[in-house]
Design a protein around this ligand. Structure first.
Ligand code: THU
Length: 136
């Protein structure tokens, strides 16, 4: 993960944020995931009049990437239209954990400040003891 990768990833998340569909919360979020193959997958939050059907930017990016055959992620960026960076919600942390337990996550708001965390710091003691295919 170079400085260039970080800049590129935050810029991609910032651009994705401009496509947010958030007329209900007016809270715009953009996410970008850097795959081990160098591809970048972006996502934004997409809300619905039936509020519970809304989806976060991070999960949009993960589901898009997995659908495109990428499930090995090196880093992520999450950008919010706020003064200070905003960390991902618990549900998105758990979904990221499924594919990228070692993920590095860069957070940015409107300004230039970038805060960087490991997913393990944001989601200590994750639910990861179930292996697909195991009998319940
Ligand atoms: N949101 C995200 O996109 N990511 C998060 O991690 C937290 C919240 C979205 C969902 C909703 O559209 C809006 O932000 C307000 O909760």
């Amino acid at each position: 993960m170079t400085q260039d990768d970080r800049t590129r990833l935050v810029a991609a998340a910032r651009e994705a944020m401009t496509r947010s569909h958030s007329p209900y919360s007016r809270f715009r979020v953009g996410a970008a995931l850097l795959g081990a193959d160098g591809r970048v997958h972006t996502g934004t939050n997409v809300e619905n009049a039936s509020y519970g059907l809304s989806i976060c930017a991070e999960r949009t990016a993960v589901f898009k990437a997995v659908s495109e055959g990428c499930r090995d992620f090196v880093a992520a960026a999450v950008v919010t239209d706020t003064d200070t960076p905003t960390p991902p919600c618990g549900a998105c942390r758990q979904v990221l954990q499924e594919f990228a337990p070692g993920l590095v996550i860069h957070l940015a708001g409107r300004g230039d400040d970038i805060e960087t965390f490991r997913l393990a710091e944001l989601l200590p003691r994750p639910f990861d003891s179930f292996t697909p295919g195991e009998a319940p």
